[in-house]
Design a protein around this ligand. Structure first.
Ligand code: 3PG
Length: 356
């Protein structure tokens, strides 16, 4: 009997939706392991907290996981490692445990060895099945696997295998759609992807940053002021298209407008390969999802080879019941784009997957 530490991705925004790909993936991971008598300790982060933040607790995920697994899960609210270790040791074979959001600890995003050692003390094996965080060197995906015998999780392996083939000889035109709230990771990789793609359609945080770089007042809209200079350079390429019109609500851009939907749809219709990371507006509010929904339908119902990545974008596809029309749903947003751009992803390097 072994205790296996399993890095999954329960980074689900807002209210936990049962339609979240990351939840479905985590359930598959746990089911594949819980056939044995092993004890499983689930590790994840949620959001980008600065210290403890009850809104980003993993506790609601424990309940959803329990419901779907029909198994009891012990959730640790505190990072009292000696106590956690004792509880795990005393639990019966086959028990499942979930630690609180690792990003409540400053060491997680600092790839702290001391945190990794504490985590390693809880088990004898480590499995990483979280592709979506691979572009970050964190304690739970870089320092920790170096301390324990480790394996690559089946879902992470499958995502990497498919993504590795996407850029080999893509059918053209190759269209990249980049939206969502997390703009900086995505904007950083567009430069590298520019050589490989025919069009880049921007929206969300990356789109707002482009509008600001073009001199528009984006008011309270999510954007990356630090990236303006870089984005100005990117906009010199006529492959990059920023929104032509948009919907504004309380000083924030919340969706692309009808002209943009029309223009982006025309380009998507001609595409032979589409890579999409990040919704085109605040789609979680039905009033602001017209753009994301229209483009999702064009992407899914066309004939192109389609890869859709990221927590929110995949959730949109699942909500619309379009999952069977898409060739790959990737759990990773920023990670997927970084991988496709040819970057070295620290967690994959640690697992020995990057140089294949
Ligand atoms: C994601 O949402 O892309 C992953 O969960 C990683 O999260 P992060 O970009 O907030 O680090």
């Amino acid at each position: 009997m072994q205790t296996i530490l399993v890095r999954v991705n329960l980074d689900i925004e807002g209210e936990v939706s049962e339609n979240a790909l990351r939840l479905k993936d985590a359930l598959k991971t746990v089911k594949s392991l819980s056939k044995s008598t092993n004890k499983i300790v689930l590790l994840s982060h949620r959001g980008r907290p600065k210290g403890y933040d009850p809104k980003l607790s993993l506790e609601p995920l424990k309940e959803v996981l329990e419901k779907h697994l029909r198994r009891r899960i012990t959730f640790f609210t505190q990072f009292d490692f000696p106590k956690i270790k004792k509880t795990i040791e005393q639990a019966p074979a086959g028990s499942i445990f979930l630690l609180e959001n690792l990003r409540f600890l400053p060491g997680e995003t600092k790839n702290s060895l001391s945190l990794a050692k504490k985590l390693a003390s809880l088990g004898g094996w480590y499995i990483n099945d979280d592709f979506a965080t691979s572009h970050h060197a964190n304690a739970s995906n870089v320092a920790l696997p170096k301390l324990l015998p480790h394996r690559v999780g089946p879902i992470l392996k499958k995502e990497v295998d498919i993504l590795r083939n996407v850029m080999k000889k893509p059918a053209r035109p190759l269209v990249l759609i980049v939206g969502g709230a997390k703009a900086s990771d995505k904007l950083k990789v567009i430069k590298h992807l520019l050589k490989k793609v025919d069009y880049v359609l921007l929206a969300g945080g990356p789109g707002n940053t482009a509008l600001r770089a073009k001199g528009m007042n984006v008011k309270k809209s999510i954007h990356e002021p630090k990236m303006i200079k870089e984005v100005k350079k990117l906009l010199k390429s006529d492959k990059i298209i920023a929104p032509l019109d948009w919907l504004e609500y309380q000083g924030s851009i919340v969706d692309i407008g009808p002209k943009t939907i029309e223009r982006y749809s025309e380009i998507v219709k001609k595409a032979k390969t589409i890579i999409w990371g990040g919704p085109l507006g605040a789609f979680e509010d039905p009033k602001f999802r017209a753009g994301s929904e229209a483009i999702a339908r064009e992407v899914a119902l066309g004939k192109a080879f389609t890869v859709v990545g990221g927590g929110e974008t995949t959730e949109l596809i699942l909500q619309l019941g379009l999952e069977n029309e898409v060739d790959l749903l990737s759990s990773g947003g920023g990670a997927m784009l970084a991988f496709l751009a040819g970057e070295k992803l620290p967690a994959l390097e640690t697992l020995g997957l990057q140089n294949e």
